[in-house]
Design a protein around this ligand. Structure first.
Ligand code: ADP
Length: 248
């Protein structure tokens, strides 16, 4: 355990689809404030794992806890989001016709009506919060820009900002740099690293150079369970990992 301690506990999680085990006794722990990368060949179970954490898929067996007290397997998807686990899919889903600022306001408001949210004045606290998030996701100079005209990378950052506005303690991020320019990739690495310590971030990514540039600890999934775990150098030199990747 680090000073922060474990925040996500997945133990012996099995998910079967028509008898095929997409996850097979998967056990994985993530520390509070940690930035973790999950890699693995296609079909390894990465998406299914994210689906279990967010309540989209129920495992046949195993346990999943968020902190010491929240049993994820008893909660619905909205309840899990409410508990502080936010997910960002590969394709950004922002409100294209609204500005960056409005997107952040709407994210914070949750289920309140769009009309009520956008036409009530911001409190000083809300304004500070939004400024802080804008700075974190590097969109200060895009605050009044319509989200629809942002670059692909900027949309991805805005969506991370929206998760932050929703008070996500843990962010699950699916292939954040797919389709980005090299400059955007670099900024995304900086952004995710800047969350370290404050948020737990689990990144699923295929771009190995990117993983190398951000990862503190890498988990390699294969056939529904953890094949190896460690630094990028450790897992890249692991004989089991080499075999799996060369065999692809
Ligand atoms: P990854 O994200 O690592 O590529 P997935 O979690 O998407 O892997 O898939 C793991 C395995 O489970 C794959 O073989 C996939 O075909 C299978 N699978 C995933 N979802 C379903 C589903 N809803 N029905 C049947 N098989 C599925």
């Amino acid at each position: 355990d680090t000073t922060h301690g474990t925040i996500l506990y997945l133990e012996d999680i099995t998910v079967s689809f028509d008898g095929f085990k997409a996850l097979n006794a998967l056990t994985l722990y993530v520390d509070a404030g940690e930035l973790r990368c999950i890699i693995g060949p296609n079909g390894a179970g990465k998406t299914t794992m994210m689906d279990v954490i967010t309540g989209k898929t129920r495992p046949d067996a195993g346990s999943a806890w968020f902190g010491q007290t929240i049993d994820l397997l008893t909660l619905t998807e909205p309840q899990i989001a409410e508990a502080g686990i936010g997910r960002k899919f590969q394709k950004p889903t922002v409100f294209e016709q609204h500005t960056v600022l409005e997107n952040l306001e709407l994210a914070a408001a949750g289920n309140k009506s769009i009309w009520a949210t956008l036409f009530s004045p911001l409190t000083a606290v809300q304004r500070d919060r939004i400024d802080h998030v804008l700075e974190t996701v590097r969109l200060q100079d895009r605050r009044d820009t319509r989200a629809g005209v942002l670059s692909h990378g900027q949309k991805q950052w805005l969506e991370i900002g929206m998760l932050l506005m929703q008070d996500a303690q843990m962010l699950l991020v699916d292939e954040p740099v797919a389709g980005m320019t090299p400059q955007e990739v670099e900024r995304t690495a900086e952004l995710l690293l800047s969350l370290e310590g404050q948020h737990s971030v689990v990144v699923v990514e295929h771009d190995m150079n990117f993983v190398r540039s951000i990862a503190r600890k890498v988990t390699v999934l294969h056939e529904g369970h953890v094949l190896a775990e460690g630094t990028m150098d450790q897992v890249q030199n692991d004989a089991k990992v080499v075999e799996v990747y060369l065999g692809e």
